[in-house]
Design a protein around this ligand. Structure first.
Ligand SMILES: [Fe+2]
Length: 189
């Protein structure tokens, strides 16, 4: 059971995400996180497709658990395991709820936390530019990152975790470029 999906491809992961998540903003969040994860994997010598899928699927249970952080991640883990998805992806999805599972130092977990949190700040920065993400600059991100009240949901300390692997400046430009590339999917210009 589940053998067909053991080798789940990015497109299937994306379709599954859209089946489970109906809210447009949440879909955009997952697509953004995935794009950043893919770029991070290339930069860090990891598997881009695997990290992209981890980003796509990380909030898969969000609407099902209705924001219940005591179940978030755990339910997603089971949903993915039931579909034959391996521990490498499903485990990262489970662990990304650090409220339940604490801070992990595994590179994929550090990357997912950073991508998960910076994506919201970039979306918010694009909204300031009336949705023109191509007009958002790395300099803007640096400035907005320091303004704690801007995109307050972006947990800055989680973004900072990535500095174990690269300068914050590089992370900003890599993330911005990754999201600009998929701007049509995000409904941005
Ligand atoms: Fe997320």
């Amino acid at each position: 059971m589940g053998d067909i999906l053991v080798d789940m491809q990015t497109e299937e992961a994306r379709a599954l995400m859209c089946t489970c998540l109906k809210k447009e903003s949440l879909r955009s969040h997952c697509l953004s996180t995935a794009a950043i994860m893919k770029a991070l994997a290339s930069r860090m010598g990891e598997d881009p497709e695997q990290w992209e899928m981890t980003g796509l699927l990380h909030d898969i249970d969000y609407e099902l658990v209705g924001g219940d952080m005591q179940r978030h991640g755990e339910v997603g883990y089971r949903m993915l395991k039931e579909r034959g998805i391996g521990e490498d992806i499903a485990g990262a999805v489970r662990r990304h709820n650090d409220l339940l599972f604490g801070d992990s130092q595994d590179p994929v977990d550090v990357a997912l936390q950073a991508a998960d949190n910076i994506s919201g700040l970039i979306i918010a920065a694009a909204a300031v530019k009336q949705g023109r993400i191509t007009e958002v600059s790395e300099k803007t991100l640096k400035k907005k990152f320091k303004e704690k009240a801007f995109a307050a949901g972006c947990r800055r300390e989680k973004v900072m975790g990535i500095t174990r692997f690269m300068e914050l400046t590089e992370f900003f430009s890599l993330s911005l470029a990754a999201m600009q590339e998929i701007r049509a999917d995000l409904g941005l210009d």
